[in-house]
Each structure stands twice: as C-alpha cells, then as structure tokens.
Write a protein of this length. Structure first.
Length: 102
C-alpha cells in the first residue's frame, strides 16, 4: 500500500506524501510500519491493535482516510497522465463495507 519505493519519480514522491498524511492521522505509525503495509485491512488491524479500538471502528477510520487517499492518488495520476500522454495507471483501493451492506 505504501510500499518500499525503488525509484525517485513522481509516483515515489506521492508515496512519501501519502506516508506523511497517514502519520498525521495516526502518529503512532512508524515509517517502518508504513513501508510494510500491503493493504487497507492490514492498516486497520494495526490501528485496532495500537489504539485498542474495535475492528469496525478501525475500518471506519481507514475507510474515511482512504476516501482522501483515493482522491489524492487519482489527482496525482491525472497529473501524471497529462505529463506522459495517458500511459499511467490509476490504482484505487476500496475497503469492504464493515457492516456487510453494499
């Protein structure tokens, strides 16, 4: 999700900005924590454990944060798309609805 970047391009810069955004929301997350997360569900689990809240509450926090994350990623991808002529790929991650309703 926040992965370990292996290049220094616009996508990597966006990745670092997203890590900073996540640390503002959850200051107890370390840079190492963020570099190992692979999914929003892992993030929710870490938040649940560190804050001592329910899984549903943690999923709600992550879901609200992911709304902004997806918007920022989409915006950055559109900027990149304009720069590279449309060859970039936008990746949007959605969390399952904790209530099970769609």
């Amino acid at each position: 999700m926040f992965g370990a970047p292996n290049s220094h391009d616009k996508q990597t810069n966006q990745l670092f900005r997203e890590r900073d955004q996540a640390r503002k929301m959850w200051p107890f997350l370390t840079p190492y924590d963020l570099s190992t997360l692979k999914s929003p569900l892992q993030l929710a689990s870490m938040i649940k454990d560190r804050k001592g809240i329910s899984q549903e509450e943690a999923l709600g926090e992550v879901d609200r944060w992911m709304t902004g994350y997806n918007a920022r990623i989409q915006s950055a991808s559109l900027d990149q798309w304009e720069t590279d002529g449309g060859s970039g790929v936008t990746k949007i991650i959605y969390l399952p609805n904790p209530s099970g309703k769609h």
